[in-house]
Design a protein around this ligand. Structure first.
Ligand code: GCU
Length: 323
């Protein structure tokens, strides 16, 4: 117990630097897996700049992009022990830590963008954002991560039957595994950082993601088809270690939350522009973009919704559908 406490205190010192003598300045480390050209990274840069301004340089953030500090799951665990102050992850891997998060990885939950944001901005969305506090993961805001769709190295996906027998990379999420299996594919969880090589070497036949991630990861260089079935809208989440949060003064907490809140509209605007750009660029690079009949995919995965009836996630799902 004493050893564990010692380790946590040491970790905390590594996650937050500063606090020497009278110096009240603090630098927080924020690590994530995306490329610096990605609109979610740029949203976080806007947040860090804003924090620097409103705090007069007293509270600052150093960003470590491109998976330098590990996979999303690893970074979530670093936050839990206080070794890393902040991360940005998809809500998908969060479901292993906060079971209610599963609702975001279910296919065909949201009717459209408006519905998605109405839910995230609602009291329910806000409750889900901070639900991870009990496992030492405090959400600061959601970022737009659009709709996820399949891309494949050399077979066009027009209907779910085309997924039959294909190895499809998914995030570390049981719900994503179930979704791909229900559609007839063979789900293979792999970290984002290892995916380019896995596609190139044929370890998997495809994956699924939003257009800016498909583009900025360069996965389009090794995938010929992008089939916009838009099976899920999984938000990205900006998280702070609850240990780190509790060790910030009330003023620092307020500045950090304000900077995160103010970066949300900036990121959403960047998202729109860069989704269009990404689709145009991948087509220019020779990727065939397919617009399949989404209802075929939605029908095939509908048992995933009915199987949840009477469970807490099923109730959440019903509430979300009614909003
Ligand atoms: C999206 C999301 C990332 C996630 C990635 C993935 O790009 O923004 O947080 O890592 O999907 O599929 O792993």
């Amino acid at each position: 117990m004493g050893k564990l406490l010692g380790l946590t205190l040491l970790s905390l010192a590594l996650a937050i630097t500063g606090c020497k003598g009278q110096d009240t300045t603090k630098r927080l480390k924020l690590a994530h897996t995306l490329d610096t050209s990605h609109p979610v990274h740029q949203g976080m840069v806007a947040m860090a700049e804003r924090l620097n301004t409103i705090s007069g340089g007293e509270l600052t953030i150093d960003i470590y992009p491109s998976g330098q500090l590990g996979s999303e799951r690893e970074m979530i665990e670093l936050l839990q022990i206080g070794s890393l102050a902040m991360t940005k992850v998809s809500a998908s891997p969060m479901e292993s830590f906060v079971p209610e998060m599963k609702v975001f990885s279910l296919p065909y939950v949201f009717r459209d963008e408006d519905h998605f944001w109405r839910v995230l901005d609602s009291d329910l969305g806000k409750q889900l954002l901070v639900a991870g506090e009990r496992v030492r993961l405090r959400g600061l805001c959601y970022y737009d991560a659009g709709a996820r769709s399949f891309y494949t190295t050399d077979r066009a996906i027009n209907t779910p039957a085309d997924l039959e027998g294909l190895k499809i990379r998914v995030q570390k999420s049981q719900t994503a595994v179930e979704m791909v299996s229900t559609l007839g594919g063979s789900a293979t969880p792999i970290s984002f950082g290892e995916l380019y090589t896995s596609l190139q070497q044929g370890v998997v036949d495809g994956a699924e993601n939003n257009p800016p991630s498909f583009y900025s990861s360069k996965h389009y260089e090794v995938s010929k088809y992008y089939s916009l079935d838009e099976h899920s809208y999984v938000p990205d989440m900006l998280l702070v270690s609850a240990h780190v949060w509790r060790n910030l003064s009330a003023q620092h907490q307020q500045w950090l939350q304000q900077a995160a809140d103010e970066s949300v509209p900036v990121q959403r605007a960047l998202w729109k522009q860069q989704t269009e750009k990404a689709l145009a660029e991948v087509q220019a690079a020779g990727v065939t973009v397919i617009y399949p009949d989404k209802t075929l995919f939605a029908q095939q995965v509908s048992p995933m919704h009915s199987a949840l009836e009477g469970t807490p996630v099923g109730e959440l799902l019903n509430t979300i559908k009614s909003l």
